[in-house]
Design a protein around this ligand. Sequence first.
Ligand code: FES
Length: 287
Amino acid sequence: MTPLEPLVRRIESTQALDGPAKALGRRIRNAISAGPFKDALSGTWLGHAVHPMLTDVVIGSFTSASLLDLLAGGAGAAASERLIMVGLAAYPPTALTGLNDWADTEVADDRVRRAGLVHASGNAVAALLYAASLAARRGGARGRGALLGLAGATVLMGGGYLGGHLSLRRGVGPDQTVFDPGSTDWAPAADAAQLQSGKPTRVVVGDTPVLLLRDADLIFAIHDRCSHRGCSLSEGQVDGEEIVCPCHGSRFDRRDGSVRHGPATGPQPAFQVRDREGIVEIRRLAD
Ligand code: FES
């Protein structure tokens, strides 16, 4: 067990965090519903989550300011102040994108709910410490400002550790289809006669859940696990050419799995389909 793991486990099992976390998650989901603003925060326009990129700016600016304090002393004072201002300017959009990502996940995972709240709170405290640091520097108390910055950097590292834990250990953020995108070899998927027109049907081919959709003589096939947070698309709606995820409303093109609307940022793997004597066969289209 790593030194920080007991602390993380304790955070993830602290039920007292659920009350404020659930209330916050609800408020965020009510305030940021499916639409262009949510797509912008999620990174649908970019094909990648926005939050991790912005955290680089905040963490990089704040920690660089503190490193300058340590390494350059008074010679780096002006640059440190500017770096803190950059970090403070980048903090609000960073927090907003992170809260948006977290609110879509916390409902289904107690550990994510609790660790996410502590992650966000820690980062907010770090930003406040750096704001106080900047104020102290401008008031002529450079030494106190540097100490406040170091305190901020310490809290920021803790928040960053939890952020990495949420992403790398709890799977918040990665494309949910990445580990089973489907085979590029033809494989039987279903009896063609059992597919009803306009009704999504879930099948499992190899290890891959696949959504099959018949439309008259055409049959479409895309990965059934939503790339956003993993919900089953076959439980969603068909709206013209689009499959609508039941969880957060992402829309995917039934023909090639491309994202029409977020919050998903990655496309669904799509499959080529053929009918061989009444048996529907599929193979994954090349990326
Ligand atoms: S799981 Fe979030 S939109 Fe599908």
